[in-house]
Design a protein around this ligand. Structure first.
Ligand code: HEC
Length: 194
């Protein structure tokens, strides 16, 4: 009897383990690598447009380009790649970029890395989320402030009056100022359905 009992416990344990493993598919390096490339390419394409516009037409014109095209470019990129992609920040400029619960968790993790001096080029957040039986990869990569960004995200003395006026008009609830070089600005967030 004792033997049968321990045998059934063993079987149950086996089934439980097998089931838990099934709902937690493994996130392979290959999956992550694809998303790493997407995040990098997306950020580089936004920066290219920004830098070109600043060089050709100046910083004031660039604010308009950023505000008129950032959302369109973001949506287009996602559609082309078959992913959901956006930029998120705790201190948003555009309300569309407010993080959801998952994104907040990742931003919090990046903040902790930053405070302990461990945020670096390889930092990332990747997990599988399952909602109503649908599995999705949630991938986030930190966005860090560079000198160029201070023209529109820095402290009051970094931002020209013209730029301030445009920002005040377009984003009355702007929270994305007061940053310094190397500060954590936010993250690129990608969702890919498996
Ligand atoms: C010419 C002004 C300008 C410069 C320079 C600039 N930004 Fe922005 N940034 C904006 C505007 C305008 C928005 C809002 C875009 C929108 O409406 O989606 C924005 C939005 C963002 C967002 C989305 C989150 C949010 O707050 O809504 C991130 C992240 C961001 N910028 C990071 C950067 C980084 C990093 C740099 C430097 C590489 C940079 N920006 C340089 C004007 C600028």
């Amino acid at each position: 009897m004792k033997k049968i009992l321990s045998f059934s416990i063993l079987i149950s344990l086996f089934i439980i383990t097998a089931c838990t493993e099934k709902s937690q598919p493994e996130l392979t390096e290959q999956m992550k690598d694809g998303l790493r490339k997407d995040a990098k390419e997306f950020m580089e394409s936004l920066k290219d447009i920004l830098v070109k516009e600043i060089q050709t037409n100046g910083i004031t014109a660039a604010v308009n380009v950023c505000s008129d095209t950032a959302q369109i470019l973001t949506n287009d990129y996602g559609l082309r790649k078959g992913i959901y992609i956006k930029r998120v920040s705790f201190k948003h400029r555009n309300q569309n970029n407010i993080p959801d619960k998952y994104e907040s968790k990742a931003l919090q993790y990046f903040n902790e890395l930053k405070s302990s001096g461990n945020l670096n080029e390889d930092s990332e957040f990747a997990e599988i989320e399952e909602i109503n039986g649908i599995k999705k990869i949630r991938y986030l990569k930190p966005i860090v402030i560079q000198a160029l960004c201070l023209n529109c995200h820095g402290s009051s003395e970094n931002i020209s009056t013209d730029v301030k006026n445009i920002l005040n008009t377009k984003y009355p609830d702007d929270r994305a100022v007061g940053y310094q070089k190397d500060d954590l600005r936010g993250a690129v967030s990608i969702i890919k359905t498996l």
